[in-house]
Design a protein. Structure first.
Length: 141
């Protein structure tokens, strides 16, 4: 599949998922809940503060959950975030699909930013590759 075909199919993914992105009520979304923006209680390891709110928006809570694998520290805590969310609010229908699409959206945004500033690395390209996989899309090598 050519790069143009992958791009076209990616755009179609977002067009076709319009209803999935429609939310009745937005929440405050930090949009950069990376480890370096969180402060933990050293005894309980609970989050006690979140810093760096300049990118915050009102939107879908799953934007924060979906962005976890785009951080510098990729870790298995995404499942913990979902567990925490589910402990206070019901998981939305099709939440896995939402996470995959939001993750792809965030990775694309970060790659565009990286290209603009000459910061593209093999690690960042791997994250794009991994974000495309749930949709059966592959980048050219």
């Amino acid at each position: 599949m050519s790069s143009a075909e992958v791009a076209g199919k990616t755009l179609s993914l977002f067009r076709d998922a319009h209803d999935l992105f429609t939310i009745k009520e937005g929440n405050l979304v930090h949009y950069d809940l990376a480890d370096h923006n969180l402060r933990y209680d050293p005894k309980t390891f609970e989050v006690v503060a979140a810093y760096d709110w300049e990118a915050c928006v009102v939107g879908d809570s799953f934007l924060d959950i979906a962005s976890t694998p785009t951080w510098k520290t990729i870790f298995p805590r995404g499942a913990k975030l979902i567990e925490g969310f589910a402990s206070i609010k019901s998981l939305p229908d099709h939440y896995k699909e939402k996470i995959d699409l939001y993750r792809l959206r965030t990775i694309i945004w970060k790659i565009v930013h990286n290209i603009k500033f000459g910061l593209v690395t093999p690690e960042r390209m791997l994250r794009l590759k991994l974000a495309l996989e749930p949709f059966g899309l592959k980048m050219l090598s």
